[in-house]
Ligand binder design. Sequence first.
Ligand code: NAP
Length: 274
Amino acid sequence: MKILSGKEVAENLKKDLILRIKKLERSPSCVLLLNAQDSSSLHYVKSQMKLASSLGIQCKIIEIDEKNVFYKDEIYRLNEKEDVDGILITRPLCGKIKEKEILEILSPFKDLDAINPFSMGKIFMSDSDFFAPATAEAVILMLEYYKVDMDYKNALVVGRSVSVGKPSAMLLLDKNATVTIAHSHTKSLKTLLKNADIIVAAVGKAEFLDTADMNENAVVIDCGIHYLEDRIVGDVKITKDIQMCSKVPGGVGPITSMLLMKHVVDCYEKKYGR
Ligand code: NAP
């Protein structure tokens, strides 16, 4: 069974990104809006800062919490600020702040994870001028890098979240896969798993899917990441060999992080018409 590494894919993206950044007149810059009460967001943002600095991308953190009644004004200000190219909002947001309200006011031209309704609509219209949410894009890049043909294939996406499941399904459809989306009200998941050539696991439950239920030729991209006491696992448990399965950790995660940085450069280039 081939285990797919995301690090190789991310390194390739990085090389290209460094060349693009060298050609820009100023360093690209992004702002990460952080809910510091969420420890995993804090951890994530720190590693994203490190990555940005290794690429020469300016990266600033602004905390949003319930005490900050001006958080919407902050977003409007960042939307207009010339020297801010991209904005990433970490989720979950803190308690009373409504995700929908925030995502709707975020400029689609600075929305690094393509999560506002305008960006989402562009994905449904297959508009390649706009990028997709980074994890969904990472799924496709991983499949392309390892030369997995999606044309005519039965793809099963397990999960229908706005940031991972739904956009992954749309991007697979654009690659001519025949796509099924499973969720918590899906009957006979095992039958769907058996019939799928490509499986995207975005279920958010540790080792929920088992390769024993899959076709031996299946290719699995595991988006899950779960920190157990003694190890890190994905949404998939490998108990039987299949054709290919992505690594956790070191699979979709590093590609997603690099793509968010690529999106900063994409936003910069688009703003200045490059
Ligand atoms: P999420 O918002 O919790 O969505 C989980 C989805 O799984 C929901 O659509 C849910 O269905 C579905 N589901 C739950 N139980 C199910 C069941 N028994 N059978 C079938 N479907 C079921 O999670 P997410 O944000 O999409 O994230 C998915 C995974 O990707 C998580 O493990 C997360 O940690 C990971 N992730 C990784 C990265 C990365 O960079 N590697 C980035 C983002 C997320 P309903 O809609 O019916 O509730």
